[in-house]
Design a protein around this ligand. Structure first.
Ligand SMILES: Cc1cc2nc3c(=O)[nH]c(=O)nc-3n(C[C@H](O)[C@H](O)[C@H](O)COP(=O)(O)OP(=O)(O)OC[C@H]3O[C@@H](n4cnc5c(N)ncnc54)[C@H](O)[C@@H]3O)c2cc1C
Length: 431
């Protein structure tokens, strides 16, 4: 058990902003290591998070497909952090020079919160450019509510297509478009395409050839956050499953459900999912911490924020999607849950090490252990230097995803959902 004291000899106050993957993982490790200090009042950990729960986003596609119960992918922060103080509020600004943060609780008055050590883990936000019609017709895919809404939208289209006599309306109902080929877009498309394929037996007048799945990506490949070899393998598999993948293409307009792409294609679609692009969390611009050109917090490989002299800025740390952490060769670590969790774990250890005068360790990303879901029977994964596809990759991906869920109780529930799903997979209907 670590013993820490504040610089003034009193209580050390650790403030964690953001309760997503990185924020919760760093809080859990600090809670474990500082248990005695927390209980005796020698240390205090405050986690400030806009929503008082964590959403396991890598499992949202399985929520949309009905493979996992929506409640099982959210983890209440207070339950996971019994020895910490969890505040459900938005942090509006930070003055690190004065070691002060300002919190804005919903509907309440802004309050000041002093701290000794700051951990920034505010992630990134999705970016919605002002494309005509996108706000009215585009669905998001970041929250449990959005995943459930997307499932309902897709299933509604099958009912519509099976009853209408309007040929154009039928085509639009059976056209599903995902813009953005990151983890969210790819996994949601793959899971939902499989769900629809399975329920088609209940719609005898719809054939699988009537369905159109389109993936629009402005970049020159899919899964930009993943290893390039893995991404290429996922691309091949989706193409084999007749997904119409448009690389180097953007959505120009979605007015009245008529989609216009930058390659000149026009078609009607009643399901448009927007998962493209991220922007830095707005809070980062309201701090006095150094930012890189892409708006992330400039960090050393020890996850300490860079100070004016290029060395560590005392008392400031960052991890996850909001942190620009150096990675060879000469770039920054990619965004993703795996990095967020590994960085958070190291950050907590380094913070404790520096309090006792030890040297912090550098973060070395593990490039070989990535994976991505491509539906209930498929995935792509790297494991032990080997590239896996199909059911074995799916098994590896599920095991990794399960390990990332920060609650034993939720892990058991998710596992039970999977086992029951497997048991009833050959049954006649999808609930
Ligand atoms: C649908 C989907 C599927 C994904 N699948 C995968 C996958 O398979 N594999 C993978 O590696 N990655 C995946 N990702 C990406 C992964 O979820 C993120 O990379 C990861 O969550 C980053 O962790 P983080 O802690 O940095 O940020 P987050 O988990 O986003 O947490 C940041 C938290 O900070 C809070 N916050 C922000 N601003 C403030 C503020 N001002 N005050 C208080 N709180 C604030 C937010 O509410 C949020 O809870 C997926 C993402 C999505 C959307």
């Amino acid at each position: 058990m670590n013993q820490v004291t504040s610089t003034g000899g009193g209580t050390i106050r650790i403030l964690i902003v953001g309760g997503g993957c990185a924020g919760l993982a760093s809080a859990q490790r600090l809670q474990r290591e500082l248990q005695q200090d927390l209980r005796s009042g020698r240390a205090e950990i405050t986690l400030v998070e806009a929503a008082p729960y964590l959403t396991c986003r890598p499992l949202l596609a399985e929520v949309a497909a009905g493979a996992v119960d929506p409640r099982h992918v959210v983890v209440p922060l207070r339950g996971a952090l019994p020895d910490c103080r969890v505040l459900a509020a938005r942090t509006s600004r930070i003055d690190h020079a004065r070691r002060l943060a300002w919190l804005a609780p919903q509907g309440g008055i802004e309050v000041e919160l002093p701290y000794d050590e700051l951990i920034l883990a505010v992630g990134a936000c999705s970016r919605r450019p002002p494309i005509p019609g996108l706000a009215e017709h585009g669905l998001g895919f970041e929250t449990v509510g959005e995943a459930v809404a997307l499932r309902a939208r897709v299933l509604e289209q099958l009912d519509l297509a099976s009853t209408t006599r309007d040929v154009e309306l039928r085509h639009a109902a059976l056209t599903f478009v995902f813009v953005g080929a990151g983890y969210g877009g790819v996994s949601a498309l793959a899971e939902l395409a499989d769900l629809v394929r399975r329920v088609l037996r209940d719609y005898p007048n719809i054939q699988s050839e009537d369905l159109r799945w389109v993936l629009v990506e402005p970049g020159d490949g899919i899964l930009a956050e993943a290893d390039p070899e893995l991404a290429e393998s996922a691309l091949e598999q989706l193409r084999d499953r007749n997904v119409d993948i448009r690389l180097g293409t953007t959505l120009e307009s979605a007015e009245e459900g008529l989609l216009v792409l930058s390659d000149g294609t026009k078609f009607a679609a009643r399901t448009l999912v927007w998962t493209a692009g991220v922007r830095p969390a707005p809070l980062l611009a309201a701090t006095d911490l150094p930012l890189t050109a892409d708006g992330r917090v400039h960090c050393l490989d020890t996850l300490q924020v860079v100070g004016p002299d290029g060395g560590p800025l005392p008392g400031a740390w960052a991890a996850g999607d909001c942190a620009a952490v150096p990675a060879a060769p000469g770039g920054h670590c990619r965004r993703g849950a795996q990095h967020a969790l590994a960085q958070a774990e190291l950050l907590a250890g380094n913070l404790l090490a520096t309090r006792t005068g030890a040297v912090p360790e550098a973060y070395h990303p593990e490039p070989g252990d990535a994976s991505a879901s491509l539906g209930p029977r498929n995935a792509v994964a790297h494991a032990g230097g080997r590239r896996l596809t199909g059911r074995r990759a799916r098994l590896v991906h599920r095991a990794r995803t399960l390990r990332q869920v920060p609650s034993a109780e939720r892990r058991v529930r998710i596992l039970a959902d999977w086992l029951l799903g497997g048991l009833f997979a050959s049954g006649p209907r999808v609930p």
